[in-house]
Design a protein around this ligand. Structure first.
Ligand code: ADP
Ligand code: ZN
Ligand code: ZN
Length: 795
């Protein structure tokens, strides 16, 4: 008998030991029963360290004969579970597409008939139903109307005492899809055919020599096809069906460009390290449009030459169609793509394509960091500052940070690319951990756009959303048939609705945040929980009919634009309008072919777009992100403004940018005006240091939530002792503690929320402080508790 430690995909702190006769490698999936439920566990390792007094359970089924998770990724999972404070099973299951969960079918029958005196009542009931025929267990359970836990444990007892026999059949949820294909055979003389047969044969030849049978099923019967087969004209063969869900361009366009000297320098610095098979991290700091993608492509080529593989992370692949095109042009169809819109089957197919070694290059969003590539040579993280790299449920990892870890395990290089690097990465350049590669110019010496700030306080009519200045510029560009991008980083209509006479704010009854007004449906919608109410005609508190609508959203702006520029073709792009999968793609096509004059949208349109004819970018209100209670507000504002400004003037025509704001002196706006990241970063780093925030300091956040506010408060107050103890264990300059206090959004989906924020001087301090809290906190089991290490959201 062999014993194995197994990781279960649930929130348990340790590994559990199960036994089996077979040899099973780490990383294989197995089926086990835990607390009367079945789980797909992953073999961690074989162990000799067993306790004679414990009766270990059997592994019920071995699912894989070869590991699904490589030893390298097993190591990464261990690191994740320690650092991000989750179970090993949870981090392992994040590595496999959900299609790898298995479907289980169980049947039961009597083993031998000497079973009458079994005490347990549920077991008695079960036995009454059984005989020598196999019976489906789910149907049996339904029939007995038994509680799941009682039913399962009774059944388990019966099985352990060999009174019943259980058969388990499991199945991958997703299987290769097989269909019949028709293949026409080359033929010299056509045999005699009836007119119907001949018609069918001609029809098939018109399609192609090889096509799925389904293509003709509606027109001709299967018996005709079979007759033609009997006459030697064709064969029918079952074959795997491939889903086509990502359309690469028709053919590869290989344009030869002459790299700039900055690009060449960057590439050779990276190649130098690739040559030596060493781990190193580069920060490719290149202004928007400076040609970072060429650097990615050339360095990947060097890695492929060494027979290694490449992984490229992008913030959201649906928003980077141009990037995919360029990779296709450079590398052909060997690329695997992990798209956020893939369904389970498609994701599973891409995963297998990578695992089998067919794809040597993977492009994907955050979770692609777990792509099963062997022999990794390079990991690229494009737009490394993006918050989408942070996963907002367990395991709460950051894909960018994991890329560095994974590269280290593989002696691979990392390139983090951005025009507005995160302060974390910038700090690593300052301390010498990363090497900076600089692209300070756009190739072909296209000029950076000129940026102008409009102080909205000086406007005659502040109610108008567009300043005189911006209006005039739009008119001018429309006249020259050039395109315009307008950014308003708020969807829908105004941010909130307030009664002008009594000041009542309309807030979500579940979440304590302001409801957003959607004029098309005349509804107030909570953007957190989705709850909706009708827009009231008058204030329920005071009866007034006058409402103030706060800062405007994209839909308001669209309305005004239609009035001001009735002949302009306007396209609005935000998460309301982009509900449909392909609307981003269609926006893209329409912009490219010039059938849109003004593209208006939220941050969705601020990144990555490269249209030569866009010569004006307008930011309707730069203040929207600035007033959020979050220490990253200034950083996010700077990033957004710089990114969107970079959409202007990407061709030969010079670009212009107009930023409207009520805070023209704010440093994130004045530095964005000059696209001066270095000055911004200097001021921001000083401030973060002063307030003990990242990157110098490490953050961890506990969130506690419960339906009953008083109970939650009482339970938390019982633990104040822990806070005092932390203050004794750690010196004030090592650890500062905020809270526990209400979160800024005090209630979400009907749960009251409190958080505790720890700020520490090092990774060691933060992890021992977090562990101390975890170990000592005593809190009701109905209270939901989550731990977020390096949190992005503090709301
Ligand atoms: P970034 O990712 O830095 O914003 P891109 O890689 O998208 O910039 O490059 C911007 C544009 O410049 C693209 O259209 C690209 O084809 C072009 N480009 C890049 N490098 C060169 C070069 N050396 N010579 C000419 N054009 C280039
Ligand atoms: Zn009122
Ligand atoms: Zn809500």
């Amino acid at each position: 008998m062999k014993y194995f430690e197994i990781a279960l995909p649930i929130n348990v702190t340790k590994l559990y030991i199960y036994k089996n006769k077979a040899e099973i490698s780490p990383g294989c999936r197995v089926l086990v029963s835990f607390n009367n439920t079945f789980h797909t566990g992953i073999i961690w390792e074989e162990t000799q360290d067993i306790d004679e007094n414990i009766k270990y359970k059997e592994i019920l089924e071995i699912i894989d004969d070869k590991p699904k998770i490589s030893s390298e990724l097993l190591k990464l999972a261990l690191w994740i579970s320690k650092y991000y404070q989750c179970s090993l099973g949870q981090s392992l299951s994040a590595m496999l597409p959900s299609a790898f969960n298995i479907q289980l079918q169980r049947k039961v029958r009597l083993n031998n008939n000497n079973s009458s005196n079994f005490e347990n009542e549920t077991a008695q009931k079960i036995l009454k139903e059984l005989n020598n025929d196999w019976l489906d267990i789910n149907k049996l359970k339904e029939k007995l109307k038994a509680k799941t836990s009682e039913f399962n444990s009774a059944l388990e007892d019966l099985e352990n005492n060999e009174i019943v026999e259980i058969q388990r059949v499991f199945d991958e949820k997703i299987k290769q899809k097989i269909a019949n294909f028709v293949k026409l055979l080359p033929i010299e003389t056509i045999p005699k055919l009836t007119s119907k047969q001949s018609e069918a044969y001609e029809y098939m030849k018109g399609i192609s020599n090889d096509f799925p049978l389904a293509k003709i099923a509606a027109k001709y019967s299967y018996s005709i096809v079979k007759t033609l087969r009997a006459k030697g004209l064709l064969i029918i063969e079952p074959r795997e069906v491939k889903n086509i869900y990502f359309t690469f361009p028709q053919k590869r366009i290989q344009k030869s460009i002459k790299l700039t000297s900055e690009q060449q320098n960057a590439i050779s610095s990276v190649n130098e390290v690739i040559k030596k098979d060493k781990f190193h991290t580069f920060l490719l700091f290149g202004i928007t449009g400076s040609g970072k993608t060429e650097v990615y492509i050339e360095t990947i080529k060097s890695v492929l030459k060494k027979k290694k593989t490449a992984l490229m992370l992008v913030p959201e692949i649906a928003l980077t169609p141009q990037m995919v095109d360029r990779f296709f042009n450079a590398f052909g169809e060997d690329i695997a793509i992990l798209h956020s819109h893939l369904n389970d089957r498609q994701r599973w197919e891409q995963w297998n394509k990578i695992k089998s070694g067919k794809s040597k290059i993977v492009i994907g969003a955050r979770s692609a960091i777990f792509a099963p590539l062997d022999n990794l040579g390079i990991i690229i993280v494009d737009e490394e500052h993006e918050t989408t790299y942070k996963q907002e449920n367990t395991p709460r990892y950051n894909g960018r940070d994991l890329s560095i870890l994974r590269a280290k395990m593989n002696n691979a290089v990392v390139i983090l690319g951005s025009a507005t690097p995160s302060l974390e990465s910038w700090n690593n350049v300052k301390t010498g951990k990363f090497t900076q590669l600089l692209l300070s110019q756009r190739p072909l010496s296209y000029e950076l756009p000129t940026v102008k700030i409009v102080d909205m306080k000086q406007e005659k009519d502040p109610k108008l959303l567009l300043s005189e200045n911006l209006k005039q510029k739009i008119e001018e560009k429309l006249e020259y048939k050039q395109q315009i991008i307008l950014l308003q980083n708020r969807r829908g209509h105004s941010s909130f609705i307030q009664c002008i006479s009594c000041g009542k704010l309309f807030e979500c009854p579940n979440c304590d945040i302001s409801l957003k007004y959607h004029s098309s449906s005349q509804e107030l919608i909570c953007h957190y929980c989705g709850s909706k109410t009708h827009m009231p005609r008058k204030c329920p508190e005071c009866g007034s009919y006058m409402f103030s609508f706060g800062a405007s959203g994209t839909q308001d702006i669209e309305k005004q634009l239609k009035i001001l520029f009735p002949n302009a073709r306007i396209l609005r792009m935000d998460s309301d309008s982009a509900g449909k999968k392909d609307s981003y793609d269609s926006m893209f096509t329409r912009m490219r072919e010039g059938s849109v004059d003004i593209l208006l949208g939220t941050q969705m349109i601020a990144k990555g777009l490269d249209f030569e004819n866009v010569t004006l970018v307008g930011v309707i209100s730069a203040d929207i992100g600035l007033n959020v209670p979050d220490f990253r507000a200034a950083e996010r504002t700077f990033q957004l403004l710089t990114q969107v400004a970079g959409r202007s003037g990407r061709g030969e025509k010079p670009g212009e940018v107009i930023i409207q704001t009520y805070n023209p002196e704010h440093y994130s706006i004045t530095t964005a005006l000059k696209q001066d990241f270095v000055s911004f970063a200097k001021m921001e780093l000083d401030m973060r240091q002063h307030l003990k925030y990242p990157p110098e300091f490490k953050l961890a956040r506990f969130v506690f939530s419960h339906k009953n506010e008083k109970y939650l408060k009482d339970q938390i107050n019982k633990n104040t002792k822990i806070i005092n103890e932390l203050k004794v264990i750690f010196k004030p300059e090592q650890l500062s503690i905020l809270g526990p206090i209400e979160t800024p959004i005090a209630r979400m989906q009907n749960n009251y929320r409190f958080h505790l924020i720890l700020k520490a001087d090092s990774v060691n301090t933060i992890s021992s402080a977090v562990n101390y809290v975890k170990k000592n906190i005593k809190i009701g089991s109905t209270i939901k508790q989550l731990i977020d290490i390096d949190p992005y959201s503090l709301m």
